[in-house]
Design a protein around this ligand. Structure first.
Ligand code: UT7
Length: 333
């Protein structure tokens, strides 16, 4: 399993999956006080894909992972490690092992990683460390979330934003290191701006003995605070990652941000002086898919041939925690 002299990391294949069910802004306007005009002008979102009853996060993650392995020309048995970035696991004990089993990745160890909408970026850096230390050679990183199960459908300020999906990337040990620089950040003082909190409600076991019974409260968000945080924090980590890579923003081929809101994408690109033609965006069709949004967009751009081997990409995620981070990499071997 050791890499020998291959101490670098390359990203070599992508995959993606989204539920069949497409729900437009007009569909939502039938069931709540909203409009396509409001949602599209404030966010850029026109449609989201939602899990239907019976569909699961595991199914989406397996579909995306299978595609990424095919694109990389590898078999599931080649995998040493599977990292599943998610905040909406099918099983709170972890969902990565189910994905490992369904893929038939019999040699791979698998675990979940939770960092909300930054999960894919945190996962990328985590996976890279295992490769760089020579411990593992081939890693499947999947970002997958099904936030539709956890939004408050009576809260129009949040429920219109989110969608479900999964995206995956295969990382492999490589002679040249294609992951050039990164910066990860956390600030728990802002956790109350966006959360899906676990709470324990009192439950009487006996007349004299009460314990807590857990449940999850639907997502709550202070949109304006999160917006302000994202527009300030994301350019900082992108610039830090570029600095660590010895590169300038003008050298980037693509800016690949967490797909939360087109206005955030535009404001960050403006601050970094990156032209809009270099900004990857598919949130119009998927909404905010949390940990899935970056690999979902990466997969689309790679398959369309827009992202080419050697292209320089700055990717950045941000969200609940608060967490945020950026990675600068070159696509392909
Ligand atoms: O993964 C990271 C996750 N989160 C984010 O990135 C979110 C960042 N924040 C945002 O994207 C924006 O703050 C939102 C899109 C969530 C909201 O946009 P906003 O421009 O900050 O709107 P607002 O919350 O200030 O609301 C403006 C008005 C309010 O009405 P009043 O009080 O001015 O009369 C809201 O009640 O818009 C109303 N409103 C809506 N109207 C129609 C809020 N949601 C809706 C809705 N449809 N869905």
């Amino acid at each position: 399993m050791s890499n020998g002299s291959l101490a670098g990391v390359a990203l070599i294949g992508t995959g993606a999956a989204a539920p069949e069910l497409a729900v437009t802004n007009d569909d939502l306007a039938q069931v709540m006080e909203t409009s396509d005009e409001w949602i599209a002008s404030r966010t850029g979102i026109r449609q989201r894909r939602l899990l239907a009853p019976g569909e699961s996060l595991t199914t989406l993650a397996v579909q995306a992972g299978t595609q990424a392995l095919e694109a990389a020309g590898l078999a599931a048995s080649d995998l040493d490690l599977i990292v599943l970035a998610t905040s909406t696991a099918d099983d709170r004990f972890g969902t990565a092992s189910r994905v490992q089993h369904a893929l038939g990745a019999t040699r791979a160890v698998a675990f979940d990683l939770t960092a909300a909408c930054s999960g894919f970026i945190f996962g990328l850096v985590t996976a890279a460390q295992f490769i760089r230390t020579g411990t593992y050679r081939t890693v499947l990183l999947i970002g997958a979330d099904g936030l539709s199960h956890w939004v408050d459908w009576s809260d129009r300020r949040t429920c219109v934003l989110f969608g479900d999906g999964a995206g995956a990337v295969v990382l492999q040990a490589n002679s040249e290191d294609r992951l050039l620089g990164f910066e990860l950040r956390s600030d728990g003082s802002g956790h109350h701006h966006l959360n899906m909190a676990c709470q324990a409600e009192p439950q009487a076991l006996t007349p004299d003995l009460s314990i807590g019974r857990g449940n999850v409260t639907p997502i709550t968000m202070n949109g304006q605070e999160v917006y302000r945080f994202a527009v300030k924090a994301v350019p900082e980590v992108v610039e830090k990652s570029l600095y660590r890579s010895g590169l300038a923003s003008a050298e980037l081929d693509w800016l690949l941000l967490h797909q939360a809101n087109q206005r955030i994408l535009d404001a960050v690109a403006h601050r970094l002086a990156i032209p809009s033609a270099k900004v990857v965006s598919n949130l119009e069709r998927y909404g905010n898919t949390s940990a899935a949004s970056i690999p979902l967009a990466l997969d689309e751009w790679v398959r369309a041939g827009r992202i080419q081997p050697g292209h320089l990409i700055a990717a950045s995620g941000f969200g609940a925690g608060l967490t945020w981070g950026a990675v600068v990499f070159r696509w392909g071997i």
